[in-house]
Design a protein around this ligand. Sequence first.
Ligand code: MTE
Length: 390
Amino acid sequence: QEAGDPEILNLPPWSTSLGLPVAHRPYGMPAKYESNLVRRESPGLASVPQASVAFTPLQGLFGIITPSGLHFERHHQGWQEIDPARHRLMINGLVKTPKVYTMDDLMRLPSVSRIHFIECGANSAMEWGNVAVPTVQYTHGMLSCSEYTGVLLSTLLEDCGIDLKRAKYLLAEGADGSSMTRTIDIERALDDAMVAYGMNGEMIRPEQGYPLRLVVPGVQGVSWVKWLRRLEVGDKPYATKDETSGYADLMPDGTMRQYTSIQEAKSVITSPSGGQVLLEKGYYNVTGLAWSGRGKVRRVDVSFDGGINWQTARLETPVLSKALTRFNIGWAWNGEPALLQSRVIDDTGYVQPTYGQLRAVRGTRSVYHNNAIQTWKVAENGEVSNVQIA
Ligand code: MTE
């Protein structure tokens, strides 16, 4: 006779002892069994960790919101913990009244809360030539999604009396050692961009720009200037160091493409994904994320045979503009090798390209804006790995 499951037959300690008191941890933490799911730096990416990237572990996350402690990090000169009482935001240039705001001033202004993704323009950069990294954390983890709270730029610029006739561009400048500076089109600035002090219900984390960061929905991460200290209204693009020496795209004909800010539609299956193992054949929930810098996700298709046949996945609510969208689809694995792909179509009708289509336009030596379809290969033994299909 079988002995039966000891976890059913014997009462565990947590059923026979007194639990911990309230406020034992005044600021909560994940369970100790989840300690493997952390931000990770890809070794060898940068010579110093102050100018590097730590990637979000997309493979272990649910829904669309990235826990603040797992938000990816990309700093050019390390991160600082700024004293909010000493932080200022200056607005100057083509405005009637140049102003300096304290954090207290900003928090008295009308506020909004919006859910948006942020993706570094260099997300998936290592994969332009060929497969380079093993897991979705490293292929796609310069990607996070949060609820931001702050003041719309339209509110702030109106408060300073922006000269709408002459204003064409905005310069945003950070207070860290890198003096990150980026040019933003004035239409975009006045549309849905904001200065954010809140993220996921709490003050924005120091790594993400505490106490104030720029949020430019749909635009590559570099323009989301952290530790924001100055906005200047101007009539021409600023061509700063962060948009000339870097963040420009080398095209196959040798020319450089500049001011490419929008993150085009992209999707990825986060589970099963590279480095994971399917235990046996049978049913699996295949899940992933889709997003578009131009608006909402309209549809996500999933292929199990490397792009020959496609099935439409289920989109989970909410489906928000310029936010991550979660998709799910059921799959019965028959134990044979399979090639898993997802392909997003956004509400402009744009279809996520294959590597063949993307390389035909952009070549193989680019760095930024790789939004090609990702392929995960499931081997007969269940091991999942990163492969590329043109
Ligand atoms: N802002 C400042 N002041 N300094 C920086 O180094 N890095 C930029 C941008 N804003 C940066 C910055 C880059 S390249 C990216 S991708 C995002 O911030 C990363 O934001 P995160 O660290 O909150 O993920």
